[in-house]
Design a protein around this ligand. Structure first.
Ligand SMILES: [Zn+2]
Length: 191
């Protein structure tokens, strides 16, 4: 590939990332370019300087609330399906951006911005997270692999909704009265 074509492809890819909400720091990570080049590229695309700050780094974020767990799991399901349908040699970073673009057309990206999705993706690729299937509602969700089973709660079944309609992890697992799959579908629609 000649240099000009390479630069054009890089610009188009960067444009997609910026349009999905990525800052210069994400361009740096996804394009493998230095900080200065990423800032200049961001400015050329967005016509303004990028906000600063580090990328998300808290590996426990996905289990802090059921909503975090649900959105991480929704995103990873989309990525996983795309990956399964793509050739082995496909560029995973391009698949990642494609998966996030689909996620954003369906869900509220303020809860789960692209930079959070990138962090979740990195945690999965380095083996810190795993996909677990709930034996009660059959949904698949992400958990932190090193956590005891007791803390790998299902974001559909192990949840209470408080008086402010916020979804909280329930303190007691509902082993006596398992939630039915039909109820699980209703709960997911409320998110
Ligand atoms: Zn469940």
């Amino acid at each position: 590939m000649n240099k000009l074509r390479e630069r054009q492809d890089q610009y188009i890819f960067a444009e997609k990332i910026v349009n999905l909400g990525g800052r210069a720091t994400l361009l740096e990570a996804l394009l493998g370019i230095n900080k200065r080049a990423a800032s200049m590229l961001f400015k050329a695309i967005a016509l303004q300087s990028s906000r600063g700050g580090l990328l998300p780094y808290d590996p426990n974020w996905i289990v802090k609330t059921p909503i975090n767990c649900l959105h991480s799991s929704y995103f990873y399901s989309i990525f996983h399906n795309i990956e399964m349908g793509s050739p082995k040699e496909a560029d995973k970073k391009i698949l990642f951006v494609g998966a996030y673009a689909i996620y954003k057309t369906i869900f509220d990206s303020r809860i789960f911005p692209i930079e959070r999705a990138w962090h979740v993706y990195l945690q999965i690729t380095c083996g810190n997270y795993k996909f677990t299937q709930c034996t009660r509602c059959q949904c698949q969700y992400l958990t932190v692999k090193s956590y005891p089973v007791l803390y790998q709660n299902c974001p559909v079944c192990d949840v209470d909704i408080d008086s402010h309609k916020r979804r909280r992890w329930t303190q007691r697992r509902r082993m006596i009265s398992p939630i039915k799959p039909s109820d699980a579908g209703t709960l997911l629609k409320r998110v």
